[in-house]
Structure formats: C-alpha cells, structure tokens
Design a protein around this ligand. Structure first.
Ligand code: PRP
Ligand code: URA
Length: 208
C-alpha cells in the first residue's frame, strides 16, 4: 500500500480556509493555490536524493548538498496548472509535462484530450499535481498514462482529497505515494467534494 501524507500544518489549514471561502476572488485564489502547492512540495520532495558539491564561501571552502535528481512536474489540466509555478520556482531544473483530462459531467469518467511529456519522462522523479482528488478517476488515469510510457517513480500531490478518491488511487496504484493538504468528508451525487472548494478550474481561471 502506498504512503498517504496528510498535512496537519497550521499554515495549510489557514490557507485552506481562504480557498474554501466562496468570497475569495480569482487573483487571491490563484495565489493561495500556489502557496499551498509550495508547502506540500516541501513534503513531497523530502526524500529526494542529494549529492555533495564543493562550495567556496567568502571565508572558507566547504562541502554542501545539492539536488541533481531529474524531476518532472506533471499537472492534470486545467486546475493542476495552478500548482506548477510554485514547484518549478523551488527546483528550476524541473521539466513540466501536461496531461489534459476532463471529467465527463454525467459519468464522472476522465476523458483525455492532451498529453505532452518530457522526452526522458521515464527517467524522472515525477510529481503529478491536481488540486482536487474527488472520485480519483482523473488522477488514476493520469498516473496510468505515465506508467504506460515506462515511468516508475511517481508521486501524487493534491490540495483536497475525498476518501473515495484516495482509496481509488491507492487501489489502482499502490506504488504511488499521495501527498495531500486535507482530507474532506465525502462526495456529493455530482462527484463534488463536500465541503471542498467548488470547481477548482473555474475558480482558478474565472470561467464561471
Ligand atoms: C477537476 C479536478 C480534477 C478532477 C477531479 O477537473 O481538477 O482533475 O476534476 O475529479 P475526479 O477525482 O473525480 O476525477 P475537471 O474535470 O473539472 O477539469 P478542469 O480542471 O479542466 O476544470
Ligand atoms: N473537481 C473539482 O474541481 N471540485 C470537486 O469538488 C470535484 C472535482
């Protein structure tokens, strides 16, 4: 079974309260999504291998640690895009892949419409990101695309998860660790997370 990391950090709780609030506007919503992504990325990269490098300070020569792992951030479109900048700001050498999926409004099944990945994706340490893990269908399908292309080192990072979605990803991908800001109560009949924050894509891009 994969590892499930659920943040109990006060900063994430406080920012989540702002994201959930329906009065929070697009600009602020976008900024806070990035801030929470940054805090979760800190946890999701905790086990990244480091190597020694020689550094000359103004005072002395020393050995420091650096990250030379090949990393890829793979947002699930659209809403995953809102998490990307915060991550690549911290590791600018990371490459970005895109997987376009939307949920069919009736069946809630994921429908693929775009996929563009770094040419060496199978060699990379991959973080798939999407703010919302509802039924788990989109995340599980996105992870499967990557596995079909030979990827083996995959983590999933989401802001809010429903128990149903977490269980589905763990069932389909027991090798993929999940990093999540908070776990909500359940899904409603339309597959929306309760209490959730509404439609993350629409709130990020102001489309509704
Ligand atoms: C949302 C969200 C996830 C998906 C989660 O995307 O960003 O990708 O739903 O639901 P699931 O776990 O039940 O699959 P949506 O399909 O609304 O597309 P959008 O990001 O383009 O708005
Ligand atoms: N997608 C969203 O954006 N929000 C939900 O609550 C569920 C799926």
């Amino acid at each position: 079974m994969s590892k499930l990391f659920v943040s109990e950090h006060p900063l994430i709780h406080a920012k989540m309260a702002m994201l959930r609030n329906k009065e929070t506007g697009t600009k602020e919503f976008r900024e806070i999504i990035g801030e929470v992504a940054s805090l979760l990325f800190y946890e999701a990269t905790r086990d990244l291998p480091v190597t020694d490098i020689a550094v000359q300070t103004p005072i002395a020569a020393t050995i420091c640690k650096t990250i030379d792992t090949k990393l890829a951030v793979v947002p699930i479109l659209r809403a995953g895009l809102g998490m990307v900048d915060a991550m690549v700001d911290l590791i600018p050498s990371a490459k970005i892949g895109h997987i376009g999926l939307y949920r069919d409004p009736v069946t809630h099944e994921p429908v693929e419409y775009y996929c563009k990945l770094p040419f060496d994706i199978e060699e990379r340490y991959i973080i798939v990101c999407d703010p919302m893990l509802a039924t788990g269908g989109s995340a599980a399908a996105g992870i499967q695309f990557l596995k079909d292309r030979g990827c083996t080192n995959i983590r999933l990072m989401c802001l809010i998860g429903a128990p149903e979605g977490i269980a589905e990803v763990q069932k389909q991908h027991p090798d993929v660790d999940i990093y999540i800001g908070t776990v909500d109560e359940k899904l409603n009949d339309h597959g929306y997370i309760i209490p959730g924050l509404g439609d993350a894509g629409d709130r990020l891009f102001g489309t509704k």
